[in-house]
Write a protein that binds this ligand. Sequence first.
Ligand SMILES: Cc1cc2nc3c(=O)[nH]c(=O)nc-3n(C[C@H](O)[C@H](O)[C@H](O)COP(=O)(O)O)c2cc1C
Length: 454
Amino acid sequence: MNSSRNHTNHMHLAAFVTAGPGRPGGWRHPAADRNWLSASHYQHIGRVLEEGKFDLMFFADILSVPDRLGNSMDSQLRYGSLGSLRLDPTPILASIAAVTDHIGLAATVSTSYLEPFPVARSFATTDHISDGRAAWNVVTSFQDSEARNFGNDRHIDRDKRYERADEFLEVACKLWDSWEDDALVLDPDTPLFAEPGRVHHIDHEGEWFSVRGPLNVARPPQGYPVIIQAGASPKGRDFAARWSDVIFCSHASLESAREFYQDIKGRAERHGRRREDVKILPMATPVIGPTTEAAQRSADELADLVPPLAGLSTLAYHLDVDLSGLPLDEPLPDVDVPGVQGHYKEVVEMTRREGLTLRELGKRYGGRVEGTFVGTAAEVADGMERWFTEGACDGFTVGAVHTPGAFEDFARQVVPELQRRGVFRTEYEGRTLRDNLGLERPAAGAWRSRRHGV
Ligand SMILES: Cc1cc2nc3c(=O)[nH]c(=O)nc-3n(C[C@H](O)[C@H](O)[C@H](O)COP(=O)(O)O)c2cc1C
């Protein structure tokens, strides 16, 4: 059941989840469930988000404990900052798949450090055991601290890491295609388990990888799992526009979100894709209250739980810039950003608009409380509807200031408001994540046009 019905006039929702404490203030919140080492924590979040008809939940990831602030892990560990503790997301997805039926399940996996064979195998497995709900957030990573866990002092530079990512995805897709769709016959009488003529070596020899194949898993139910990306640099945007089904981004205003949206849709069209083939979901981290004032008070209380260094620690690793020597009572100066340019643009915009000092920015960044979405459930829904109808997005990646409570509030209060306005589904449309996103199932070989564009 793959239809584009209802997909252009309703938004799509992803949830930003970390297999660990996430927001540095959130884990200190009185309502926070601190059972990050237990599957039940994530299974509960999965059920809540499915109740709220979310398209997917995605687990962010990093392959080190960051040390970019003052060349030390201290601020990450002491304050439970974003990179302090991270479980491997893949087994967590499997545990959520077992207790849910519809929600898409996405893990972040880096193309810079891992090898295509085990990654393709892992996502094919998740797609099978979830009946077609797997998604891969493809990242190229940007931390030297990650490189040091894989035998290198420094991270690969941006151009090279996107070249490697391109070839990585080509190999992964070839592996998913290595079993033809009807290769698994399972006829016990003949006997014919799998048709040998329909399972192929891939014999890939490239600049980065040499892989014979085939995969030892049948073609995934979705053909390829849903591909997510969040490139922000020109190279990254181009990569995302070619390969992604879903794009994550982060913007401090509707205007900058709209500029990004138009840019990416234009790039996708130039690569021969339709605008609706790529869903752009900017971050929204709402704080909801029974009144506007109560929501603002909650936002202030949350900000008070964030020591400035906790947020600056995460900002330092996102930008890949050591901010430790800068005066805390002055604004963030202009800096060269080898890391995430999208996050830099966002904090520069926020700093200028609100006249923030670095100390205040640290608190804000740690809490990730974008002003646009603080208010009653109806006000938050108004803001989201405005971004959606004014061409800034196809939906949102919803963050939680603490878990699971902020997701519960969103699913139970904001989602019904969005449904009442007719901008969000009341039932899942299809069986697979691709169905629910209104995306075609790729035929074997579909990767070719994405690899090079047309
Ligand atoms: C919402 C969002 C979530 C992201 N999650 C991750 C993540 O979990 N792990 C990671 O290494 N990078 C993550 N990134 C960073 C991107 O993958 C990418 O490196 C970044 O946007 C910089 O783009 P560029 O490589 O084109 O400079 C995320 C970015 C955004 C906007």
